[in-house]
Design a protein around this ligand. Structure first.
Ligand SMILES: [Zn+2]
Length: 61
């Protein structure tokens, strides 16, 4: 079984529209995450993402 790094966001292409989307699954459960911590895209830091349920309290930057 291939290990998938859950802490890394992934790019995926939607077959219906051809658009590239930015997927960032929750690092705990793997569901679509809306909260990114430590994200600095200009420095290639993709951060760690969490869904609303697993979002750590008080650790936002
Ligand atoms: Zn989660």
């Amino acid at each position: 079984m291939t290990a998938v790094p859950l802490k890394s966001p992934r790019l995926a292409r939607l077959q219906s529209s051809g658009a590239t989307v930015f997927l960032h699954p929750c690092s705990v459960c793997g569901k679509p995450a809306g909260f990114g911590i430590g994200v600095k895209l200009r420095k290639d830091k993709l951060g760690v993402w969490y869904c609303g349920r697993h979002r750590p309290a008080g650790k936002e930057e």
